[in-house]
Design a protein around this ligand. Structure first.
Ligand SMILES: CC(=O)N[C@H](C=O)[C@@H](O)[C@H](O)[C@H](O)COP(=O)(O)O
Ligand SMILES: C=C(OP(=O)(O)O)C(=O)O
Length: 356
C-alpha cells in the first residue's frame, strides 16, 4: 500500500490522489507585492494546487560577512547580498496579506522556511498547512529537529545532497516529528537552468525504496515540462516548479521558470499522464472493441473444405475476416475436429460447423 496523508486541509497526497502541483513564486515577484498577488492569481488559474514563497529572517539565515558580501551579478537588487535579499523579502504583514489573498483565490499558500526563525513565523504565526525545507537546509540537522517538532507535514528537498545526508535528514525529521510522520522527499538538483543529464529522475525510485514511509516528489529547475511529466510517471506525487511573468526579467530564477501558460500545460498534462498510468492489469479494453472487430484476426478456410473433413493445420489460415470468427489463438484446438458442413475457400470457419 503506497503512503498517503493529508498535506493540507482537505487535500490528500500520495496513493492514488492527484499529484500536488506547487507554483514556486519564490523571489520572482521582484520584491513587489502586487506582482506577487498577480502570480498567485495566475497560479490558481493555471491549475496549481499551491502558491509558494521563500521566507528568510536574513540575520538568522546569513552571517554578517555573507550579508555584507558584494553582489555584482546582473541579477543583484542591491550592492551587497544582504541588501539584494532584503529587497526580495516580504515583511510579516505582507506575508499575512499574501496568505489572505491566496485564501480568497482558493489556492493553498506556503513557503520554504529558510531558517529556524522563518519556520517559527510560518508555523506559529501564519499557521501554514505544511513547511518546505529548501535543499540548502537538508543537512542542517538542528534546523530539521526544530522544524519537525512543529508537528506539521514537511516537504524536504534534496539538491546538493548525498544519499547518506538524505538518510540522516529523513531520520532526523522522522524522530522529531510528533504524531503521524507526514513527509514528502523531493528529488532535486540545484542547478539553474538544470541540464537533463543532471536531473537523475531515477532517484525517485531510489527514494521510494529507501524511504517507504515518505511520499516522493520532484522539485525541478529545468526548462520545459517534459521532465516534470516524466517524474510524475515515475511516481512523483508532489511537483514543484518556479513560475515567472517574464523569463527575461532580472533575477536568478526567471530563466529556469515556467510561464503561466507552461504551468497550465504542465497541470493539464499531469492530469492526462495520471489518467493514462491506469492500473497494472493487462486486458482488452472496451474502447478497443470496434477496432478489434474490424482488424482482429479469425480462423478462415485455407481451401474449400468438404463436409465430413477432419481438419488439419493445412485446411486453416488466419485473416481479418467478415464475419468475425474463432480467434487464432485457438487454431490448434481446431485440428482434429470434423466439419459438419462444407466451408468455402477463404470463408470464416463457423463455430457451429465443427464437431469435436
Ligand atoms: C538553493 C535555493 O535556495 N534555491 C532557491 C529555490 O529554488 C532559489 O530560488 C534561490 O533563492 C535563488 O536562485 C537565489 O538567487 P539570488 O542568489 O540571486 O538571490
Ligand atoms: C530552494 C528551494 O527549493 P528546492 O531546494 O526544492 O529547489 C526552496 O523551496 O526555497
Amino acid at each position: 500500500m503506497s503512503v498517503e496523508f493529508e498535506l493540507a486541509p482537505g487535500r490528500m497526497v500520495g496513493g492514488d490522489h492527484p499529484c500536488f502541483v506547487v507554483a514556486e513564486i519564490g523571489q520572482n515577484h521582484q520584491g513587489d507585492i502586487n506582482i506577487a498577488k498577480e502570480m498567485i492569481k495566475k497560479a490558481k488559474e493555471a491549475g496549481a494546487d499551491a502558491a509558494k514563497f521563500q521566507k528568510s529572517e536574513l540575520t538568522r539565515r546569513f552571517n554578517r560577512a555573507a550579508l555584507a558580501r558584494p553582489y555584482t551579478s546582473p541579477n543583484a537588487w542591491g550592492p551587497t547580498y544582504g541588501e539584494h535579499k532584503q529587497h526580495l523579502e516580504f515583511s510579516h504583514d505582507q506575508y499575512k496579506e499574501l496568505q489572505a489573498y491566496a485564501k480568497q483565490q482558493g489556492i493553498y499558500f506556503f513557503a520554504s522556511a529558510m531558517d529556524e526563525k522563518a519556520a517559527d513565523f510560518l508555523a506559529d504565526e501564519l499557521d501554514v498547512p505544511f513547511i518546505k525545507v529548501a535543499s540548502a537546509d537538508a543537512n542542517n540537522l538542528p534546523y530539521l529537529k526544530h522544524t519537525a517538532s512543529k508537528g506539521k507535514p514537511m516537504i524536504l528537498s534534496s539538491g546538493m545532497q548525498s544519499m547518506g545526508i538524505m538518510e540522516r535528514a529523513v531520520g532526523t525529521v522522522t524522530e522529531n516529528m510528533p504524531g503521524e510522520k507526514r513527509l514528502v522527499v523531493m528529488q532535486c538538483t540545484s542547478t539553474y537552468p538544470l541540464p537533463p543529464a543532471d536531473v537523475h529522475l531515477r532517484c525517485i525510485n531510489l527514494f521510494k525504496e529507501k524511504f517507504p514511509h515518505a511520499i516522493i516528489g520532484y522539485s525541478g529547475h529545468e526548462s520545459g515540462i517534459a521532465i516534470s511529466l516524466a517524474a510524475v510517471s515515475l511516481g512523483a506525487k508532489v511537483v514543484e516548479r518556479h513560475v515567472t511573468l517574464d523569463k527575461s526579467w532580472k533575477g536568478s530564477d526567471h530563466a529556469a521558470s515556467l510561464t503561466f501558460d507552461e504551468l497550465k500545460d504542465l497541470c493539464d498534462n499531469i492530469r492526462i499522464v495520471e489518467t493514462a498510468l491506469g492500473k497494472p492489469i493487462k486486458e482488452p479494453r472496451p474502447s478497443e472493441q470496434g477496432l478489434f472487430k474490424k482488424l482482429g484476426k479469425s480462423v478462415v478456410a485455407a481451401c474449400a473444405i468438404p463436409a465430413g473433413t477432419k481438419l488439419t493445420i493445412d485446411h486453416l489460415s488466419v485473416k481479418a475476416a467478415e464475419p468475425f470468427g474463432i480467434p487464432p489463438d485457438q487454431i490448434y484446438e481446431l485440428v482434429g475436429q470434423t466439419v459438419t458442413k462444407a466451408i468455402e475457400e477463404d470463408a470464416t470457419i463457423p463455430k457451429e460447423a465443427l464437431a469435436a
